[in-house]
Write a protein that binds this ligand. Structure first.
Ligand SMILES: *[C@@H]1O[C@H](CO)[C@@H](O)[C@H](O)[C@H]1NC(C)=O
Length: 219
């Protein structure tokens, strides 16, 4: 009995040591170790903090989402992401924010955020939002003004404007630097074929929803 208690204490202390010694989550894509030595600049996981005595209220305000993004492009959409790089007050808080503007029939191509879950709020318009899970299941919903949808971390997702006027979405991410993989001017150009295929699949999903909406409103 005594040895069991000791064993249990040992077990739980080992478990808690393992939890507390886990590495912190990465806040950027890569961070190879710099050569050690004198005169090397310090690059950390995240951004260095300002001198405490120079912090001002303006560090905690951004006006970068005030104006619509430029939707004069092939996809008729614009994504403006404000991370800790553009908004100093976000540093260490695990949050960032974005604005998505979609013209009529505009779309945001499949992309993912490797470090964050995205919660999106529809400020204006009617959109379809959908994501693919790692088993290939596709989940989508029609969102109207005031609706909120969530894209789980790292999963490919899209949005399409299916309304009759421009749509505006605001998103909050649970990382100060969510990262974007697979958008229009993507880093992954060799994978454009894959993205095209996914777009077609998403598009057929959209058509289904349009048909369903059409037939249910016209019995
Ligand atoms: C922080 O800022 C204050 C006020 O400007 C200055 O006196 C102090 O030397 C600064 N500290 C560091 C470590 O730079």
């Amino acid at each position: 009995m005594k040895s069991c208690i000791l064993l249990c204490i040992f077990f739980f202390s080992t478990v808690s040591i393992n939890f507390s010694s886990a590495d912190p989550d990465s806040l950027q894509d890569t961070c190879p170790a710099a050569p050690t030595g004198k005169n090397t600049a310090i690059f950390i996981n995240g951004l260095p903090c300002k001198n405490q005595s120079t912090i001002t209220a303006s560090d905690f305000k951004t006006t970068k989402l005030k104006e619509p993004g430029d939707t004069d492009n092939f996809y008729r959409s614009a994504l403006t992401l404000v991370s800790a790089f553009d908004f100093p007050g976000l540093n260490t808080l695990g949050l960032s924010i974005a604005r998505t503007d979609l013209d009529v029939d505009g779309s945001v191509l499949p992309h993912s955020h490797p470090r964050a879950t995205e919660m999106v709020f529809v400020a204006e318009g009617v959109v379809i939002a959908g994501f693919l899970d790692t088993s290939g299941n596709y989940f989508q919903e029609v969102l109207r003004t005031g609706d909120v949808f969530v894209f789980p971390r790292g999963l490919l997702h899209v949005s399409f404007n299916v309304g009759f006027k421009a749509a505006t979405l605001y998103s909050v991410f649970n990382c100060q630097n969510p990262g974007v993989v697979g958008v229009n001017d993507a880093v992954f150009e060799p994978n454009m074929d894959m993205i095209d295929t996914i777009v077609k699949n998403f598009r057929s999903g959209e058509d289904r929803i349009r048909n369903v909406t059409f037939s249910s409103s016209n019995p």
